[in-house]
Ligand binder design. Sequence first.
Ligand code: 13P
Length: 285
Amino acid sequence: MSLVTLREILKDTRKKKYAVPAFNFNGYEDAQGMVNSAVKMGSPVILMASMGAVRYIGLKQTAGMIRGMAESVDIPICLHLDHATDMTLLKEAVIAGFTSVMIDASKEPYEENIRITKEAAEYAGRYGCSVEAELGRIGGREEQIAVDDAQSALTDPGKAGEFAAETGVDALAVAIGTAHGFYKSTPKLDFPRLEKIVSLTECPLVLHGGTGVPEEDFVRCVEMGMSKINVGTEFKAAYTSALRDSVTGNEISEVDPRNYMKYVKTMCQEIAEKKMVLFNSAGKA
Ligand code: 13P
């Protein structure tokens, strides 16, 4: 089927108590593994490209490749630009056929975050493309964005509803104690804060920094009303370790790249399937 928007893919999540898995991909093999997992598990899936991934693969190449994957299966797939800090690239992604974009102006003061987010939402809205924004500041490193402990800030529940209404976004990334990248110690999620945010806004909520979050915390977030959960670093690590293993495991005479790269596909598929069970999205396509 055709690519679907973020608004469409998230619309039943809170009511039916599941979160749509959102996975960062960096090439063909990991993306195809993620799509294969969605087909096998009957789960909707959001494929996310960072600005770095888009610049590496090419914008039109990214859009064309994922559109082709979506049209080859009967599972809802959304193509999302993750953490855009460059409005020009965001607008180009909308034109290229992304069905969702995230504008990340979370480092700006509240009013400025609203202004920039509104600009993105108004532009994307003209093309029927969804928008995600971030309120509060999620810690850790996500490609071009590095946020240390002192700069990170949890989402103010009192502002979440107002921010969502003012900007008209389709999903809101909240900071409740997770961080991007590998954790140095087990993250402590602020569940009372999440409960307040859920009670104060109907806007679908997004959990970033999924790599390394304890399984029981994922389950609790989903039960409480989280709609989208992002996982990136775990796939990067799986991609590179599958490659390393296949290079050392193959004879030097093996020259067909597919006999190396295919392990990336299966490794990413396995990880994605487990997340679909944890996020309760299996069978929801
Ligand atoms: P991780 O890389 O920590 O899984 O986070 C991914 C993410 O939130 C992308 O926006």
